[in-house]
Write a protein that binds this ligand. Structure first.
Ligand code: HEM
Ligand SMILES: CC(C)=CCC/C(C)=C/CC/C(C)=C/COP(=O)(O)OP(=O)(O)O
Length: 256
């Protein structure tokens, strides 16, 4: 999904994928694998406490921390080699993303529920990596909007996961964004969902997605977000929200 988001940024600048886009996607995917592997070594104690994560190889003891580190370093080496071909800026942005995830978000996650707002920076940067690989200027409002939407999207995304795996997180002592006492949709979440929908609707307003399918895309982006607060639609909304970055990239691809 991070590679798909990077491709979205690339397509926003170049319109059609080419061999450079393939190298970019492979590079970002490898960097994301490296980030995940390092994270699984750093969080093996937490992962072992949660049902969702206890079968991960390092947490379960199937693979030692050194084995995990070796895989992470291999993925990192491959990612650096590939992204180096995309350019210095995309490479530096990807390294910054990886370091932010491991050195800022990962330790903060144990201390404060607001780590989510900090961690969302790494999820928002892949479109900028793709955009800069395509030669786009980093301050262009179109890429700022795309990254901003992805930033906003991560809050409902993780909120849903925290709700689904609340018991796990409590057992591991990870602070939850929504306190246990809250029943029903928290007002802050509803406001955030509306802000995400409003930002997403700016895509056709500013011409980032256009054509006769634009209203359908907007419906596909926004419906799951708006359905989420209604308990009976939660399952469908969950799936719809998780595929949001891929949908966004498809919509950009479909825009001439
Ligand atoms: C603050 C940022 C984020 C947090 C805290 C977060 C957290 C999580 C967690 C805990 C899971 C569950 C994984 C599992 O089942 O073991 C998950 C799943 C997932 N995440 Fe994220 N994530 C973030 C950002 C992103 C980004 C940027 C993307 C895509 C570009 C993404 C895409 C997904 C997808 C597709 C799933 C699979 C959900 C499923 O099981 O159906 N996430 N995320
Ligand atoms: C180019 C590049 C390096 C891309 C990677 C970007 C990236 C690391 C995105 C993930 C963002 C994030 C905070 C995920 C949650 O991790 P978590 O540790 O809370 O999840 P867990 O509980 O499943 O381990």
């Amino acid at each position: 999904m991070n590679a798909a988001a990077a491709l979205g940024g690339y397509l926003l600048c170049r319109t059609r994928p080419d061999s450079k886009a393939l190298v970019l996607c492979a590079g970002v995917a490898l960097m994301a694998c490296a980030a995940s592997a390092f994270n699984q070594v750093l969080e093996r104690d937490l992962d072992a406490l949660m049902n969702r994560t206890r079968f991960r190889p390092v947490a379960s003891g199937e693979l030692g921390p050194l084995g995990g580190l070796s895989i992470a370093l291999l993925a990192l080496g491959g990612g650096v080699l590939l992204l180096n071909q995309s350019g210095l800026l995309p490479l530096c942005l990807a390294l910054f993303t990886l370091l932010w995830y491991l050195l800022v978000y990962t330790p903060l996650k144990r201390r404060t529920p607001f780590a989510l707002l900090v961690g969302a920076v790494c999820g928002a940067l892949p479109p900028l990596i793709g955009w800069s690989a395509a030669g786009g200027a980093p301050a262009d409002f179109r890429i700022v909007l795309l990254c901003g939407i992805l930033y906003l999207w991560q809050v409902p995304h993780f909120w849903m996961l925290q709700k689904r795996y609340a018991e796990d997180y409590r057992r591991a002592g990870v602070p939850l964004f929504v306190p246990r006492s809250f029943r029903g949709p928290a007002p802050f979440l509803v406001l955030w969902l509306l802000a995400t929908v409003a930002a997403t609707l700016m895509l056709p307003v500013f011409g980032l997605i256009a054509g006769q399918n634009a209203p359908l895309w907007c419906l596909a982006f926004c419906l799951p977000l708006l359905l989420y607060p209604f308990e009976r639609w939660e399952g469908a909304a969950f799936a719809g929200v998780n595929i949001f970055p891929a949908l966004l990239t498809l919509a950009l691809y479909g825009t001439p």
